[in-house]
Design a protein around this ligand. Sequence first.
Ligand code: CAA
Length: 401
Amino acid sequence: MSYKRTAIFGAGAMGTGIAQVLAVASMDVVLLDIKTEFVEKGLKKIASKLESDVKKGKLAPDEKDRVLGRIKGSIDRRDVKDVDLVIEAVIEDRKIKGDLFQGLNGICKPETAFATNTSTLSVTDLATLSGRPDKFLGLHFFNPVPAMKLVEVIPGLDTAQEVTNEASAAMKSIKKVPIVVQDCPGFLVNRILLSYMNEVLLATEEGISPELIDNEVKKAGFPMGPLELSDMVGWDVSLHTFPILHDAYGERFPSLRLVQKLNDAGRLGLKTGKGVYVNGQIDDEFRGMVASLSPSGSRSPFSVNRLILKQVNEAVYCLQEGVAIAEDIDRAMVLGTGFPSKDGVGGPLRWADEKGLDRVLARLEDLAATEGPRFWPHHLLKTYVAAGRLGKKTGKGFFEY
Ligand code: CAA
């Protein structure tokens, strides 16, 4: 079945972005939230993004009106009874998402596919709660949705193959790149990205300046600094996601105190006008938060490789666990997060191949000794190095050259 009529639950940053790309691709969309004001705010956001596309000459003015005409705002779940696909992008809470899908199971047609845009929760678990596990899957978009090409497609244990195929085809039809990944906490991209974010926050808690971190990361070729990016995604999202990864993977994702402090202070990022940065600057309140966490300051000079190596090691875990194949791991990190690439080729595994896996292993061992066991190198790296597969310089590493 190809999807013509769709419904998006949640008119926040992700839900509005998804609604926009579906409507641009000629699908009809019902955009729902719990309050009319949330829906109206979401519709305004879409209209303003489309208006900016018109100004840039990317969209004809009458096409903008046609796109907006395809999106209907609603707070009434019964408006979704005829849709072919539901995508849920509400708050990262198992009970709220589970209750929503359970309710929809009684409203939607039996053939309607259900998708969750969860960042970290188990797709199989939500599928079970929904009551239609064979028609349920994860469709995980990246922020800002109109700009990021990747959609992770995540079948649960009982998802029918044809549902995965249809959803992947639908993502191609909206000009996204679908990559099928295994259902595990954080899936592929958030596992790797949040492993690095976790290290960024530990470095920040040590007193290393956010500007230094963001600048060094951008100098290394990433499109945004990690703290700017977190301000964009929202610290409320981080508050929900980090503990899930900590529970799943233990000390590779140590607990963070700064995220709670930012939330307690209402500093959720761009959505509240204040996050790590306020108008691009660090203010006294933020400095005070960090000082209360790290009275003795940073232990060692900062190197951006400390952060990138966290991505590399987690990527190796994902490879070894079969979350995705090496090509897809790298492609997903380039398309979902802008990991540095040349002509579209790049990503953490290729980065490691370029550096030399022997050097990567040695550096991880040093970091494990100085920073802690969260840097413990994955055993696959040791196997590769022992076998002389050192990356580009020997013609074979994670890839062949
Ligand atoms: N909302 C919608 N569209 C936006 C946008 C926003 N906030 N910011 C930028 N864009 C669009 C622009 O309109 C532009 O679109 P067109 O090409 O159609 O004109 C495009 O993005 C590029 O924008 P710019 O040229 O102005 O800016 P840029 O070159 O600096 O790129 C960026 C902006 C694409 C956001 C880039 O900085 C980037 O790739 N950043 C990394 C983003 C990232 O890592 N996202 C993943 C976050 S994690 C996540 O989302 C998972 C989760 O579960 C929470």
